[in-house]
Design a protein around this ligand. Structure first.
Ligand code: NAG
Ligand code: NAG
Length: 403
C-alpha cells in the first residue's frame, strides 16, 4: 500500500513538473493555457521519439492532429460551404446566404501551420473563415495548399498564388458576385507569410488586372535571415511555438536535409555573399526602444555558401517578404498586421509594419501585449480562450471597416 501511494505521489509530481509552464502574469486563464501548452509539448515529444526511431517523420506525427481536427464542409443557415478546386488546388468556399445590396467583399484566406500542417477543413480554421463570411457578408476562399515534408518551397507559395490569380479573374469574381475593388488576402503565421508574398508578387504580375484592396497578416513569419531577433531570444521556450519548432518549420519549408535546420538553429545559414540582405531585417534600426530593451545588436555570423546554393529558397522574397527594398514595398495595398508580445515571430511583424509605414503604405499595426502565437486558433471547443476571441474580433473589425 505504502509503495503504491509513493508511486502515485511520484507520478503526480512528475506529471505536475511536465505540465507546469511559467505563464506570463498578465495572461487570462493561465491554467487552461498551461494544459494546452502541455498537450502541444507532449505531442512534440511523441513526434520526436517517432522520428528518431525512424517510424514516422516528425511533421507527419503532428499532421495527425490536423487530420483529427478535420470537419466536413457543412452549410448552416447563414453560409453555404463547399469543397472544390480552383486551378486544381483544393479550396473551401464560404458563400453568404444573406441578401446583399450589391456586390460582395471577398477574403482569400491562407491557414497557418508552418507550411507543414493544417488545412482549410480544420475545425478552428473552419470556424474562423465561416465567422468571417458570416460577419462581413463576404465570400471567403480558404486554400488547402500542398504541404511539407512532401512538398517544399515554392509549391506552397505557387498553390496559393494560383488560387489567388484564378479567383481574381473578372469572370470568376462576377460568377461569385464579388466586387473587384474589395478583395483581400489574409492569413495567420505561415499563412500570413504566404499572404504577404502573394501581395508582393501580384504587383509584378502584368497578367492580373484586379488589384487587392488589402492584406491582413496575423502574426506572420516574414524573414529567414535572423533567427535570433530579440523576440526569438525572449520567447525561445514559450508556449506552443518554441524557437526549435519554428526553426524546424522554416528549414522544412525548403528541405528535409537536417544540415539546413542545424545551420538555422545556430543562426549561421546565410552566406557572406548575401550580407546586403541584413539591412532589411536590422532590428537595431527597425524595432522601437520598448522591444529592443537591453538586447545588444551584433553583426551577423555567416555560413557556407553551399547551403544557399542547394536551397536558394530561403533567400527568396517569395519565402521571406521582408527581404525586399523599400521601393518594392511602396505600392502594396492597405495593410493590417497583428503581432503578439509572446511570440518568436513578433519582431518579423513589427519590422514589416515599420518598413511598410516608412514606404508610405497605410498600416494598422495591432500589438497585443497579453497574447501568444497561435491564439486565434482557440475560439471554439474545449480549448476556447478569451484571448482568441479578442484577436479574432480585432481582425474582423479591421476587415469590416477597411475592406
Ligand atoms: C447566423 O447569423 C446570426 C446573425 O449573425 C447568428 O446569430 C447565428 O448564430 C448564425 N448561425 C450560425 C449557425 O452561425
Ligand atoms: C544595423 O544597424 C546598426 C545601427 O544603425 C549598424 O551599426 C549596423 O552596421 C547595421 N548592420 C547591418 C548588417 O546592416
Amino acid at each position: 500500500m505504502g509503495a503504491k501511494l509513493l508511486c502515485l505521489f511520484l507520478a503526480s509530481v512528475l506529471l505536475a513538473y511536465y505540465v507546469y509552464t511559467p505563464i506570463p502574469e498578465d495572461f487570462e486563464e493561465p491554467w487552461k493555457l498551461m494544459l494546452i501548452t502541455a498537450s502541444f509539448r507532449a505531442i512534440g515529444h511523441l513526434a520526436e521519439v517517432a522520428d528518431r526511431l525512424g517510424l514516422m517523420h516528425y511533421m507527419e506525427v503532428l499532421m495527425l492532429i490536423t487530420a483529427a481536427e478535420y470537419v466536413a464542409p457543412m452549410s448552416d443557415e447563414n453560409v453555404t460551404v463547399i469543397d472544390t478546386e480552383f486551378s486544381n488546388i483544393a479550396v473551401r468556399l464560404y458563400l453568404p446566404q444573406k441578401a446583399s445590396d450589391g456586390l460582395r467583399r471577398a477574403v482569400i484566406y491562407f491557414h497557418g501551420g508552418g507550411w507543414c500542417l493544417g488545412q482549410a477543413g480544420m475545425k478552428s480554421y473552419d470556424h474562423l473563415t465561416r465567422w468571417t463570411s458570416n460577419r462581413l457578408n463576404a465570400v471567403v476562399v480558404s486554400v488547402s495548399y500542398r504541404l511539407a515534408p512532401k512538398y517544399h518551397f515554392p509549391v506552397q507559395f505557387e498553390d496559393v498564388y494560383s488560387v489567388t490569380k484564378f479567383f481574381l479573374q473578372s469572370s470568376i469574381l462576377s460568377q461569385y458576385e464579388v466586387d473587384p475593388e474589395r478583395v483581400c488576402v489574409a492569413g495567420d503565421s505561415a499563412g500570413g507569410n504566404l499572404a504577404a508574398a502573394v501581395a508582393q508578387q501580384l504587383l509584378e504580375d502584368t497578367e492580373v488586372e484586379t488589384k487587392l484592396k488589402a492584406q491582413a497578416l496575423i502574426y506572420p513569419a516574414l524573414q529567414t535571415l535572423d533567427l535570433n531577433l530579440p523576440s526569438y531570444q525572449e520567447n525561445k521556450n514559450k508556449l506552443i511555438l518554441p524557437k526549435s519548432l519554428m526553426v524546424k518549420f522554416w528549414s522544412e519549408y525548403f528541405t528535409s536535409d537536417s544540415s539546413l535546420r542545424e545551420a538555422m538553429a545556430s543562426n549561421r545559414h546565410v552566406p557572406v555573399e548575401s550580407s546586403h540582405l541584413f539591412q532589411f531585417v536590422n532590428w537595431s534600426n527597425l524595432l522601437p526602444e520598448e522591444l529592443k530593451k537591453d538586447h545588444v545588436y551584433s553583426s551577423p555570423t555567416y555560413g557556407s555558401s553551399e547551403l544557399a546554393q542547394k536551397y536558394p529558397g530561403f533567400l527568396d522574397r517569395r519565402a521571406a517578404p521582408l527581404l525586399v527594398s523599400d521601393a518594392q514595398l511602396h505600392r502594396l495595398p492597405l495593410t493590417y498586421i497583428l503581432t503578439c508580445e509572446h511570440d518568436v515571430l513578433r519582431d518579423d511583424g513589427v519590422m514589416y509594419a515599420r518598413r511598410l509605414q516608412a514606404a508610405g503604405v497605410p498600416v494598422t499595426h495591432d500589438h497585443i501585449k497579453d497574447a501568444f502565437h497561435g491564439a486565434i486558433m482557440f475560439v471554439s471547443g474545449p480549448a476556447e480562450l478569451a484571448v482568441g476571441h479578442r484577436l479574432l474580433n480585432r481582425y474582423i473589425e479591421w476587415l469590416n471597416e477597411n475592406l
